[in-house]
Design a binder for this molecule. Structure first.
Ligand code: ARG
Length: 246
């Protein structure tokens, strides 16, 4: 009996409600959205979001493991408890709030249009009839649908944003709509000479949040508390400056 008890105690002690180790926060992301998250050649996942979630975890005394899930599968992974949380430059919106709980916002963003330098378009509406690349299931896709209708033929959805940008590069689409931080990063790093960014004044501000499974108030509280800590002790600002400058 005592042996059984010991086994039960030992095996029970590492368990949490999520099935993982008690102090391990398992995080999923679509690591193809630099500078927020990207996968390096050696498989390491790095970026602004990754530094933020690691700092939050540290402030709360949690270990963290980050895995690349992709974008669509991330939602499913959080829902099924395969990961405890998702951080992925994810905009807080009412549709997602029906299915997940969001942390407080940790970043301000906006959709922007990535275009060939020669384009005369000043706003999305000027691109009516043209082919526009977006990552499927993002707010970039939503804004194109809002302007041109859900059945707009010119919209081309991609599983990830780099594929959309590749197609812009190859001339298979005329523009890409994505988050400003990502578009700026692309322009800075490799497309400065051929492409430019256009901000449509009609695009609404967006705010990024971290998702947990609906009803996981315990974890949500920890994430919000860690976020508050790093926002007040200078750690967040340090991470911000590392990726976006002063
Ligand atoms: N902010 C946009 C959204 O929430 C795009 C996010 C895409 N993130 C990514 N890691 N691919 O829909």
């Amino acid at each position: 009996l005592s042996l059984l008890l010991m086994v039960a105690l030992v095996s029970g002690c590492g368990q949490s409600d999520g099935g993982g180790t008690k102090n391990l926060l398992k995080v999923g992301t679509d690591a193809a959205y630099p500078p927020f998250e990207k996968q390096e050649g050696n498989g390491d996942i790095v970026g602004f979001d990754i530094d933020v979630i690691k700092a939050i975890a540290k402030a709360e005394g949690l270990d963290v493991s980050v895995q690349h899930t992709g974008w669509d599968p991330l939602f499913e992974a959080v829902k099924r408890g395969k990961v405890d949380a998702g951080i992925s430059a994810m905009t807080i919106n009412s549709e997602r709030q029906k299915k997940f709980d969001f942390s407080k916002s940790y970043f301000d963003a906006k959709q922007t249009i990535l275009l060939p330098k020669s384009s005369k378009a000043k706003r999305l509406k000027d691109l009516k009839g043209r082919k526009i690349g977006v990552q499927s299931g993002t707010t970039g896709e939503a804004v194109v649908q809002k302007n041109f209708g859900k059945t707009y033929q010119g919209i081309k959805g991609y599983e990830d944003t780099p594929s959309a940008i590749d197609d812009l590069y190859n001339g298979r689409v005329d523009a890409v709509v994505a988050d400003d931080g990502v578009v700026k990063d692309y322009l800075k790093n490799r497309m400065k000479n051929k492409f430019k960014m256009v901000e449509d004044p009609s695009f609404e501000p967006e705010y990024y949040g971290i998702i947990v499974k609906k009803g996981n108030k315990k974890l949500l509280k920890k994430i919000n508390s860690g976020l508050k800590t790093i926002q007040s002790n200078g750690v967040y600002d340090k991470i911000y400056t590392k990726y976006f400058g002063k």
